[in-house]
Design a protein around this ligand. Structure first.
Ligand SMILES: Cc1cc2nc3c(=O)[nH]c(=O)nc-3n(C[C@H](O)[C@H](O)[C@H](O)COP(=O)(O)OP(=O)(O)OC[C@H]3O[C@@H](n4cnc5c(N)ncnc54)[C@H](O)[C@@H]3O)c2cc1C
Length: 272
């Protein structure tokens, strides 16, 4: 089984600052990391490979040359090889153009070694749209299964996979024909410590880097800013909530304060 995991380099949004003048992310204020959902996607590929006792795990990223770092991180987790598509032609891409460029790279990877399963994160913690995975599936005309929390069964003979996906009211089981694409939630697995040989391999690993000229049958009008119909109308930092009462002290004291406050307002609730 050939599994390709799409991995994105993102700023660590736990510490990133917002430029108050432009209302855009100040990317220099935070280190670049592997999108946390994508780390779980790579870990799941490793789990599937272990379960089957064979397979190849490739990772694919689109980004600037520095994005090789997330490919190395994926090798550390257990991926076998990595591809980065990097070119000025891809710059300024929205989710439509990103999924187009990634699907073209996937076609090239698949030509050399047919891809059975594509795994993406549920969403990237910076852009946060969750559109790229389903966008790739649509372009490659394969079924997408989103919000997967468990790979329950994999039948190589019948080329099917049984997936458990999270929905608002619980979960549902979906049987999909491979090749297919799934996007994963964090609870699908826990990230394991990387064994030393993986770390050594990652440190020495040089990902394959492709420019737009390395991809076949590319319609350049669908790439980068040119191929991005999304218009950012306005950017703003949501105002901090005003008012409210801060409860002080330990939990017992806070509960007492809350009960007193509610009791003072009881005629307000009675009126409703
Ligand atoms: C007009 C416009 C211009 C933009 N210009 C730029 C720009 O110049 N530079 C820039 O960095 N961003 C740019 N962006 C943001 C960019 O469009 C998104 O970051 C990108 O399309 C991914 O969308 P997302 O973050 O919502 O990913 P999601 O759809 O939330 O990601 C879901 C999953 O898709 C996969 N994935 C997503 N992106 C990648 C990737 N690049 N490589 C591999 N796998 C991926 C991962 O598995 C990820 O977990 C621009 C956006 C707009 C609207």
């Amino acid at each position: 089984m050939h599994i390709v995991v799409c991995v994105k380099q993102v700023p660590d949004t736990k510490i990133i600052k917002i430029n108050p003048k432009t209302n855009t992310l100040d990317r220099r204020s935070a280190p670049a990391i592997l999108n946390p959902y994508d780390a779980h996607a790579v870990q799941e590929a490793v789990k599937i490979k272990k379960m089957l006792g064979k397979g190849i795990i490739s990772v694919l990223s689109m980004g600037p040359p520095q994005a090789t770092a997330v490919i190395k991180k994926s090798i550390e987790i257990g991926a076998d090889r990595g591809f980065l598509i990097s070119d000025r032609a891809f710059a300024g891409a929205d989710t439509l153009a990103t999924s187009y460029a990634l699907s073209k790279a996937l076609e090239r990877i698949s030509k050399e070694n047919p891809v059975d399963l594509i795994i993406c994160g549920k969403h990237a913690i910076d852009g946060d749209t969750g559109q790229v995975g389903p966008g790739i599936a649509r372009r490659l005309d394969i079924p997408p299964v989103t919000n997967v929390i468990e790979v329950s069964e994999l039948n190589e003979n019948e080329s099917t996979v049984l997936l458990k996906r999270k929905i608002t009211s619980g979960y549902e089981m979906i049987q999909a024909q491979v090749p297919c694409l799934m996007t994963v939630e964090k609870e699908i697995n826990s990230i394991e410590y990387s064994p030393m040989p993986n770390m050594i391999k990652a440190a020495r690993y040089e990902p394959v880097i492709w420019s737009v000229n390395d991809l076949e049958d590319v319609d350049r009008t669908q790439l980068g800013l040119k191929g991005s119909p999304t218009i950012v109308g306005k950017m703003f930092t949501p105002p901090k909530p005003e008012g409210g009462i801060r409860l002080e002290g330990n939990a017992d004291e806070q509960v007492k304060q809350l009960m007193d406050l509610l009791s003072d307002k009881k005629e307000l609730f009675a009126a409703q």
